[in-house]
Design a protein around this ligand. Structure first.
Ligand code: SF4
Length: 237
């Protein structure tokens, strides 16, 4: 994830109903809110992480967030500011976060991680309407992140637990890739939709041509929906 949204709280702890952050900025258009109970430095340490522009505390569970009313009819990206399924996040923190989500069953929840193999460890604990996602920037290995390699992410998304679940994949920030290989990967994952977006912060990533992005879109649209983000327009030149 390369999004950062600060969750608000009253420092005197006098606000008993906290508020979620409305989706804004360079976020998914389909998400209405973000909510982060697990906060702090993400061990995946992606070179392009938006969070790195801010001072980062160690990873922690912010118990105050469990006063947040998640409401109903919302589409909530849970864990938009750090990867809550990274290996160094304790099970208990994830369980408590999912428990709070289950108290508000009339929402749709997006859980997105670069460590999707861990989704299955909490198989009985997700709210009913959950979408499970992962990031695949490219099929080509590189050293831009300490997160599990893309082949592991692919394996995680093919886990039996996810077989009949709602899934999504995001290519953001997209990097140069092999269209036929990633198309086969996505075909195997069977996501409900795919998001494609660009690095918006000038991290000098190796990016695909605009023509290749359009080719990828065309191939993916043969079996799933594709959302192209406006931040790709820079690559049209
Ligand atoms: S996985 Fe972690 S380090 Fe990488 S972009 Fe997401 S929050 Fe940042």
């Amino acid at each position: 994830m390369d999004f950062y949204f600060i969750n608000c709280f009253d420092i005197n702890d006098k606000i008993y109903k906290m508020v979620m952050n409305k989706q804004k900025g360079n976020m998914y258009g389909f998400v209405s809110h973000t909510w982060n109970a697990i906060k702090g430095k993400c061990s995946h340490d992606c070179s392009y992480c938006y969070m790195k522009r801010f001072p980062q505390n160690p990873i922690r569970l912010d118990e105050k967030e469990f006063k947040t009313d998640l409401g109903e009819g919302n589409f909530i990206f849970v864990g938009s500011s750090t990867d809550m399924f990274a290996d160094d996040v304790p099970n208990l923190w994830i369980e408590k976060t999912l428990e709070h989500c289950r108290k508000y069953p009339k929402n749709t929840y997006l859980f997105q991680t670069k460590n999707p193999e861990r989704f299955a460890s909490f198989h009985k604990e997700y709210p009913e309407d959950s979408i499970f996602g992962t990031t695949i920037e490219t099929n080509r290995e590189n050293d831009i992140s300490s997160s599990p390699p893309r082949s592991f992410r692919l394996a995680g998304m093919l886990h039996d637990f996810l077989r009949c679940k709602r899934k999504m994949v995001t290519f953001e920030p997209i990097m140069d890739l092999d269209v036929s290989i990633v198309t086969d990967w996505i075909k195997d994952i069977k996501p409900e939709f795919v998001n494609i977006g660009a690095d918006s912060m000038g991290h000098n990533l190796q990016e695909p041509s605009w023509e290749k992005i359009i080719k990828l879109k065309e191939e993916l649209e043969k079996f799933t929906k594709v959302n192209l983000k406006d931040n790709l327009n820079r690559l049209k030149k």
